[in-house]
Design a protein around this ligand. Structure first.
Ligand code: NDP
Length: 310
């Protein structure tokens, strides 16, 4: 058996295409396009790539982007001061603080200070999380929201199914579990202290892996015919490890030799393909949806906010 590939790029393109007329309507109505501000603190190379991609997608869609950068060693107080003009700029619809922040800064001190609930485009603030818990409308964390959108568009039934989420982070695992719960799945959340992880995972009709450990989820974790969503994005730079995980797959090893590394998810790619009924590949599965949902959240916020004077 070989599972159906859930194509994140295809769903992303559909979502972005559907946003274009809405962006044009907002721009016509208030004389200003929707605007997204991205705050990038420090030197994390992955964060720089994510922010670049977010800004590029804004440009392609006609969303105005504002980028604010700050040095790695900035204090909470100085960062708050630097964000003051942004907070006062009512032409900005969504504000996103790129995570992770440097260690000396508690994210809560920045998100609560700079991102009012109406502009919380990432859905990370406490009020947005509260609305998610209560199943009330509001911006939702982009990665789990993208996964829900993918399950919906591929018409994968959720109600009454057993869903297992491995990972309990505030940005993926917990909101994912709540969204599945609100869609009437029976949900378990697993983490590093879970006993018998394989047994828990094997009970899942829908298995979501959001762990950050290359190919941790193996054949023994997957119920035959399950839908498996692999959120993990792990870069492998050891050729022997790439060889072991991809079973000598010439395409993946070719890519490794060309780039000096290769991306692997949290699920063994061979088990994923052979045991699931449908699965997200890495790359090209969940990743593209995260940015698409960020754009969708920005547009939704802009549609709801009062018209801004230029
Ligand atoms: P975190 O590191 O915040 O959370 C990881 C979770 O996995 C924790 O809850 C941890 O448990 C759990 N975990 C770690 N090791 C094990 C183990 N051996 N067995 C069971 N559970 C374990 O990661 P994130 O949620 O931020 O991200 C998870 C993955 O998803 C990463 O690979 C990240 O790169 C990727 N990601 C991808 C995105 C995309 O757009 N495709 C977006 C965001 C993330 P505990 O709480 O007990 O420590």
């Amino acid at each position: 058996m070989s599972g159906v590939v859930l194509d994140g790029k295809k769903i992303r393109d559909e979502i972005l295409e559907e946003l274009k007329p809405r962006i044009a309507a907002i721009t016509r109505k208030r004389g200003l396009p929707p605007a997204l501000a991205v705050v990038l603190v420090g030197e994390n190379p992955a964060s720089h790539i994510y922010v670049r991609n977010k800004i590029k997608t804004c440009q392609e869609l006609g969303i105005r982007s504002v980028e604010i950068t700050a040095p790695q060693n900035i204090s909470t107080r100085d960062l708050q001061d630097q964000l003051q003009p942004l907070i006062e700029d009512s032409s900005v619809d969504g504000i996103l603080i790129q995570m992770p922040l440097p260690k000396q800064i508690d994210p809560e001190d920045i998100v609560t200070y700079a991102v009012d609930p109406l502009r919380d485009v990432d859905g990370f603030g406490a009020p947005s999380l509260g609305r998610l818990v209560q199943n009330k409308p509001g911006p939702r964390a982009c990665t789990p929201a993208g996964i829900m959108e993918m399950l919906k568009r591929y018409e994968i039934p959720i109600a009454g199914k057993k869903a297992v989420v491995v990972g309990r982070s505030d940005i993926v695992g917990k909101p994912m579990a709540l969204m599945l719960l609100h869609a009437n799945a029976t949900v378990s959340i697993c983490h590093s202290r879970t006993q018998n992880l394989a047994g828990e995972c094997r009970s899942a009709d829908i298995l979501i892996a959001a762990i950050g450990q290359p190919a941790l989820i193996q054949a023994e974790h997957i119920k035959p015919g399950a839908v498996v969503i692999d959120v993990g994005m792990n870069r492998i730079s050891e050729e022997s490890e790439a060889h072991r995980i991809f079973r000598g797959d010439p395409a993946k090893l070719g890519s490794f030799r060309k780039n000096g590394s290769v991306l692997v998810g949290d699920v063994d790619p061979v088990a994923l393909r052979e045991i699931s009924s449908a699965y997200t590949p890495v790359p090209g599965g969940v990743g593209p949806l995260t940015i698409a949902m960020l754009m969708a959240n920005t547009v939704e916020i802009a549609e709801k906010r009062p018209v801004q004077a230029s």
